[in-house]
Design a protein around this ligand. Structure first.
Ligand code: COA
Length: 255
């Protein structure tokens, strides 16, 4: 794994330089998170594809303030993909990151070869208690985050993610959730023509499988993976199952 920076956006890559003969998975994390989410993918999938896992602006490896809209984050991702000349990019996101991936597929139909949408939806309204909790008592909000995972998930698996979330400034996390709350592309999914893998966690309470059902039926070319005993953080909770679904999808669509 190699850590690099382009235009103020920091990222890790499974191998560097990127291999021009392979597709590139561009991994996008969720609200208040970081690229630590994808540690079970970046190296494990690097033999099959290029893997690039970035920190969105405002946290971790990435400079500057956070943003408050999914289209704004999508533009930052577009700039990075262009700067590193990622070959045949595939937008792969979870939650907020899944919203960004959808925005990229909608806004740039010719730029991204495919999408992978994990624990996300075409509309991402946020419980007012989450928005208020971040502003009123960020520590308490952070300590409630392990609820995002399945009750069956070993809490040790979540530790690096929770530690990384704790380093995200409250204002940046709030901006992420406000970006989700304003997001709604339910009426536009029919515009997407590239193949899309939809992954849901059976125990996901934050973006329930119903959201994935809607993506699966509304996007023209979809494959679906439904992961048992996983919650909202399936790439970390069930990395082998998620990676198997990703490789199966890539094989099927020839990327
Ligand atoms: N895909 C498919 N259906 C969706 C959807 C999506 N992405 N988002 C919402 N819907 C459906 C809901 O299930 C609901 O259907 P129903 O009327 O048949 O029950 C309807 O659209 C309206 O839901 P919503 O837009 O979410 O508004 P709401 O006022 O009913 O609920 C919340 C607001 C915040 C309570 C609710 O969205 C929620 O519980 N969200 C999940 C928890 C959360 O905060 N997640 C964080 C995501 S980053």
């Amino acid at each position: 794994m190699e850590t690099r920076d382009a235009g103020g956006i920091g990222f890790t890559a499974g191998t560097w330089p990127l291999d021009a003969s392979k597709s590139t998975l561009v991994f996008l994390h969720g609200s208040g998170g970081s690229n630590v989410l994808w540690h079970g993918q970046v190296d494990a999938l690097a033999g099959r594809v290029n893997t690039v896992s970035l920190d969105l602006p405002g946290r971790g490896l990435s400079a500057g303030p956070g943003m408050r809209s999914i289209p704004a984050y999508a533009r930052a991702v577009t700039d990075l993909v262009a700067a590193i000349e990622a070959p045949r990019p595939i937008a792969c996101g979870l939650s907020l990151g899944g919203g960004i991936a959808l925005q990229l597929l909608l806004d740039q139909p010719d730029r991204f070869e495919a999408g992978i949408l994990i624990g996300t939806g075409a509309r991402l309204r946020v419980m007012p208690a989450i928005l208020e909790g971040i502003q009123r008592n960020y520590e308490a909000h952070l300590s409630s985050l392990d609820m995002a995972a399945s009750p069956r998930t070993d809490r040790e698996v979540l530790r690096p993610i929770l530690e990384s979330n704790a380093r995200c400034p409250a204002e940046v996390a709030l901006g992420d959730f406000l970006a989700c709350d304003a997001f709604d592309v339910m009426a536009r999914l029919g515009e997407i023509e590239v193949p899309v893998l939809v992954v849901s966690g059976a125990d996901d309470k934050l973006t329930p499988p119903k959201y994935a059902d809607f993506l699966e039926k509304s996007i023209r070319r979809t494959q679906r993976a439904h992961i048992a005993d996983a919650g909202h953080l399936s790439p970390a909770e069930k990395p082998e199952e998620v990676n198997r679904a990703i490789v199966g999808f890539l094989d099927e669509v020839g990327l």
